[in-house]
Design a protein around this ligand. Structure first.
Ligand code: AMP
Ligand code: MG
Length: 708
């Protein structure tokens, strides 16, 4: 459920062409910003809306059109009027009767008379802004027909934080909206009919799959922000349509609009009465204004200082760390779906854990003040306290009560004795005192008090974190959208099946996709491109559209056939970092149409090493989880090696039975079997090193890189 554009319509039932305050305004939020236009008549507005709908359809964009009037009436009205309960029956009924002209002359008051006559007393509608009387339309509020509610369910729920949605029945006076529904519904009915199959009215009919969704909005939800805009000199109506359009688009992009579009109400209520977006959820809509689209990386972000021959690994990492920031948007999701997600906001305990003081054991509870040293005998109170079955009376002073693990301490109990430490009869217990005050009990909030910080922004949620958040009453969390990691292989010789003698199988793509998945990201297979600039360009274009970061392998050096680096240099702000590291030749870093690209070496051994050392912290930072360091242990070597100065080296390694680090017999960088043989890497320092069995070395286990 997402939208590319949002239109917010502030409608008007004015009887003549009107501009400025209390006239028709259309706010339009798109990827490029928010515009607002003021329109003098309903006919002109209808033409304009139809054009905007056509443009959205032509551009293949999904559009939410939100209008500021009720789409239905309180239960019972439509049934009595039309013989059918569904709000769309009211749409048909009104559309067949209410007329309008180019000069905004409408007959809605006559139709109201007809509707009023169908109900008891003077009927539900009242209010007449015109000088002349309309028979059957009371000027002031008459006795309301007892068979109809004053407000729809959404409006009743909407009475939050000082908001007071007006009732459909009031047609004139400050803030009245009834006449807007009566003139607006026929217009939207025509729009919906004109785009039959493509437009649907939420929540009156299924709208999940239509490119145009027409919904109801209540433009007072953002009152604080609107007041601020008015103070800056903006007309109220313009501020309302602009701000609501922006908030809804932000919520659509962050995925949170789904919660506005799934009100916790029975379907028949929604379909009989209609619903406005954000009823009872004003805070979510207000928070929508604060969702910021994360900035993209700057095109020159990977620039390295000129003239540096070889960059040490640590310096390259420090530069990456300083350059990168999260690139994914925040969205609120149910806790149950949040495993592996990164928190986009701090979470505090909604509820203390434990919520109440309770017993840590099965035993007997009493007031400590009634006990002392030596044998204590206490008569048993009737009843018991168990987890989920609290004892609600007060335990008399000097009495004990049967209590089980997890049971809330009843009134009169502050201490528990273990049942194993008691002599027990049907009417009394005895134990050897003294016992410590509050023994065998847990204090309320001893784990986390209510309001205490539970987890911080940037934390990647693991199974125990879900337990903590669930226990402290969190049911949904604000997380970063999962990072989409595109993986592209390049090279004329690479194929996925049926390799001819001159071809080799693509080993990097499954490996890099699996790494990304294991790290909790969405791996997106961008396939394979031959060593041809046009093909590589096409693949990168597609990647830039569908992913947040692209990992390529192969073609990243400066040789004749290194087309990836050549293309990135010409069109993608390439910065080729010559890193003093083995294995791994230059790391190609670029920004392709706003999307960062990490060009890894083609050689699978080098590709994996560079992915673990450079791609992993890069992706974690882009995903909002912050910079990550590998886990390292200092262990004794089980091998010998004379290492030259000038570059850092990573060898495939695993532990022998004695817990010492052994390395794969061949350092040949094409030996993929060594990657699989290993359970980690040995990191040899930049300087020269003479290693013999027993020399301490740095062992970096695969598990510490999050390899699964
Ligand atoms: P390159 O970086 O393109 O010069 O490739 C270096 C070596 O890695 C060459 O032997 C390539 O054939 C090999 N290579 C490149 N990409 C892959 C891949 N996806 N799977 C297996 N080997 C590859
Ligand atoms: Mg190649």
């Amino acid at each position: 459920m997402s939208f590319d554009q949002v239109i917010v319509l502030d409608w008007s039932a004015a009887g003549k062409p009107t501009m400025g305050k209390d006239s028709i305004w259309i706010g339009h939020a798109t990827a490029t910003g928010v515009t607002a236009e003021n329109i003098a008549t309903r006919r002109q507005a209808e033409t304009r809306l139809a054009a905007l709908v056509d443009a959205a359809l032509a551009a293949n964009q999904r559009l939410l059109l939100a209008a500021d009037f009720a789409f239905g009436a309180p239960k019972g009205f439509t049934q009595t009027l039309t013989g059918r309960p569904h709000a769309l029956a009211l749409w048909d009924w009104l559309a067949a009767r209410i007329t309008d002209t180019d000069s905004n002359a409408t007959n809605y008051r006559e139709i109201v008379t007809e509707m009023n006559a169908r109900f008891s007393g003077d009927g539900p509608f009242w209010g007449n802004g015109q000088k002349h009387e309309t028979p059957g339309l009371p000027r002031t509020k008459p006795a309301h027909p007892p068979e109809l509610a004053e407000h729809r369910t959404a409006e009743q729920l909407g009475h939050e934080g000082g908001l007071r949605p007006k009732s459909l029945w009031q047609l004139a006076g400050a803030g009245a909206v009834g006449a807007q529904s009566l003139t607006g519904i026929p217009m939207l009915h025509r729009l919906r009919t004109r785009h039959a199959g493509k437009a649907a009215v939420w929540p009156l009919e299924p709208s999940d799959a239509t490119p145009i969704v027409i919904a109801e909005a209540y433009l007072s939800l953002l009152a604080p922000a609107v007041r601020a805009a008015i103070a800056q000199g903006m007309v109220q109506d313009e501020a309302q349509v602009r701000l609501h359009a922006q908030a809804f688009l932000n919520l659509a992009k962050s995925g949170q609009i789904a919660s506005l579009m799934a009100p916790d109400q029975p379907n028949h209520t929604l379909q009989i009465e209609g619903w406005y977006l954000g009823a009872g959820q004003a805070a979510t809509v207000r928070a929508g204004l604060d969702i910021l689209t994360p900035p993209r990386l700057r095109n020159d972000c990977f620039a390295m200082p000129q003239g540096v021959a070889w960059t040490p690994v640590d310096e390259a990492l420090a530069r990456l760390r300083a350059t990168l920031h999260p690139v994914t948007q925040a969205e609120t999701i149910p806790l149950a779906d949040a495993l592996g997600r990164v928190l986009a906001a701090d979470v505090t305990a909604q509820r203390a854990n434990p919520p109440h003081a309770n017993s840590a054991v099965d035993g007997y509870g009493f007031a400590h003040a009634a006990t002392g040293a030596g044998i204590c005998q206490l008569p048993l109170a009737t009843g018991r306290a168990a987890a989920g079955q609290p004892f609600t009376a007060t335990v008399p002073h000097g009495h004990a009560i049967r209590i089980l693990t997890g049971a809330i301490l009843p009134q009169g109990v502050d201490t528990v004795v273990l049942e194993e430490d008691c002599a027990i009869s049907p009417t009394a217990i005895a134990f050897d005192g003294p016992i410590k005050p509050r023994a065998n009990t847990r204090k309320a909030g001893e784990d986390l008090p209510q309001g205490a910080p539970a987890l911080h922004i940037g934390h990647k949620l693991r199974a125990p974190d879900l337990a903590l958040l669930a226990a402290t009453g969190t049911t949904s969390v604000q997380t970063y959208r999962r990072l989409r990691v595109g993986v592209l292989s390049t090279g004329d010789e690479i194929v996925s099946h049926n390799a001819a003698p001159h071809q080799i199988y693509d080993a990097n793509r499954p490996m890099l996709c699996a790494l990304a998945t294991g790290w909790g990201f969405d791996a997106i297979d961008l396939g394979h491109a031959p060593d041809d600039p046009t093909a590589i360009r096409d693949h990168l274009n597609r990647g830039a559209e569908t992913t947040d970061v692209i990992l390529t392998s192969g073609g990243a050096s400066a040789g004749d056939e290194d087309h990836v680096s050549r293309l990135l240099a010409a069109e993608g702000n390439l910065s080729s970092w010559r890193i003093a590291m083995k294995p791994g030749r230059p790391l190609a870093l670029a920004v392709w149409q706003g999307t960062p690209v990490l060009g890894l070496p083609g050689n699978p051994v080098a590709a994996l090493t560079c992915a673990l050392i450079f791609a992993r912290p890069t992706l974690f930072t882009l995903a909002g989880a912050g910079w990550v360091e590998p886990q390292r242990f200092t262990l004794a070597a089980a091998f010998s090696k004379s290492k030259k100065a000038g570059r850092r080296e990573y060898l495939r390694a695993r532990l022998n039975a004695a817990g010492q680090v052994q390395v794969f017999p061949s350092e040949g960088s094409g030996r993929i079997s060594g990657l699989s043989w290993a359970t980690g890497l040995v990191e040899l320092p930049d300087d020269a090193a003479e290693i013999t069995p027993g020399t301490p070395v740095q062992y970096l286990p695969y598990s510490g890189f999050g390899l699964t």
